[in-house]
Ligand binder design. Structure first.
Ligand code: ATP
Ligand code: MG
Length: 199
């Protein structure tokens, strides 16, 4: 049996008198690319907020590779390998698709300011590795041919692609090998991200 990567057991969140999600259990096996569907207000985004540590569950457990992640800080959860995109698109519009991918991962670089300032070999190597990895993720997301297009000029559907690539880059997820195929982004539903207050 393949490994359960995230596993959600009886997840419940209460906001005053409102309960959503209510007793949700699900798991994703290695290599699966599932979708989560449900009516507006069902608790889908709240589920993602609980998995990524934005909300603490009222009850239930969330495991990642067998260990509970409930109570962990958001950055610890990301370092474990869980990343997310948001319902509304968050790209830098005047940067290219490719430039958007490594945004935020510089903090992981081992080179310091002086090494970067003088563009010493180690810095150049890290930059090259970041670039190659970003291109690999763009290729996986089927958007590598538009790597040099400004994010603002991409269609709505295509803007999801560098976003997912960026989050895979940030979480150092092994997306191409784990998922074994191409992703069709934006499948929370046709309205995914279409309503402005969503997250
Ligand atoms: N911080 C909060 N305080 C109070 N209520 C909240 C909070 N967060 C979410 N809710 C409520 O929880 C319910 C589930 O919301 P959620 O955004 O998870 O639904 P959804 O399934 O993502 O819906 P949509 O399809 O519209 O994106 C909604 O009724 C929402 O108003
Ligand atoms: Mg939602």
């Amino acid at each position: 049996m393949s490994e359960r990567i995230p596993e959600i057991d009886n997840l419940t969140l209460r906001f005053g008198g409102l309960t959503a999600p209510d007793d949700v259990s699900l798991h994703i096996n290695e290599g699966e690319i599932p979708g989560l569907i449900g009516p507006n207000g069902a608790g889908k985004t709240t589920c993602f907020n609980a998995v990524t540590g934005v909300y603490r569950p009222t009850s239930g457990d969330i495991k990642f590779r067998g260990s509970s992640i409930v109570g962990m800080k958001k950055h610890q959860i990301t370092q474990n390998g869980i990343a997310r995109t948001f319902q509304n698109i968050r790209l830098f519009p005047t940067m290219t698709a490719l430039e958007n991918v490594p945004v935020g991962t510089d903090a992981r670089h081992r080179t310091g300011m002086l090494t970067a300032l003088f563009r010493l070999p180690r810095h150049r190597r890290e930059e090259q590795e970041g670039h190659d990895r970003a291109m690999e993720l763009l290729r996986f997301m089927g958007i590598h041919r538009k790597a040099d297009e400004l994010a603002a000029n991409l269609s709505y559907g295509d803007q999801r692609r560098p976003e997912i690539a960026r989050d895979g880059h940030g979480a150092q997820a092994d997306l191409p090998r784990r998922a074994g195929g191409r992703v069709q982004p934006g499948r929370e539903g046709p309205a995914h991200g279409a309503h402005p207050q969503g997250a």
